[in-house]
Design a protein. Structure first.
Length: 148
């Protein structure tokens, strides 16, 4: 399986101007009620998760007719979902939008405003988990602590 690459700067710049992303900013909702109103409710879920070699055109076309497209895309960007079609976007398109969505603590299309849910911090970069090191504890060699 091929590893997804980071979006290039010109892709992120184009994502910031994408009308689908701007709609997601406007239609962002805190509840999941949008899910029951989606056009995808009457369609097989596998349509939205095509194999890597299959086109996602059918799912994207259906999403473009949906009333909750913006809320759907906002949800996918909030949770960082990188699989399937959400809000009429493919995973590749969403990767660039995700960088724009989380960068600089500001939402695209809203210059100078940070997300009120996160205060001034907004979103921090995702870093790999690291094991906690215990400097004060020395490893116990095998049998060193066992009674004799």
């Amino acid at each position: 399986m091929t590893r997804a690459r980071m979006p290039r700067p010109h892709e992120v710049a184009a994502a910031r101007r994408d009308p689908r992303l701007l709609r997601a900013v406007k239609e962002q909702q805190g509840d999941g009620a949008w899910r029951i109103r989606g056009a995808c409710q009457a369609v097989d879920p596998e349509t939205f998760f095509p194999a890597p070699t299959e086109p996602a055109d059918a799912a994207v076309a259906l999403c473009r007719t949906c009333d909750v497209q913006g809320a759907c895309l906002a949800w996918a960007l909030d949770v960082g979902d990188c699989h399937g079609v959400w809000g009429a976007t493919t995973p590749r398109e969403r990767r660039a939008m995700l960088v724009a969505w989380r960068s600089e603590g500001q939402r695209p299309g809203l210059p100078g405003q940070s997300d009120p849910r996160f205060g001034a911090v907004a979103c921090l970069p995702i870093l790999p988990l690291q094991r906690a090191s215990r400097c004060s504890e020395k490893p116990d060699p095998v049998g060193a602590g066992a009674p004799q």
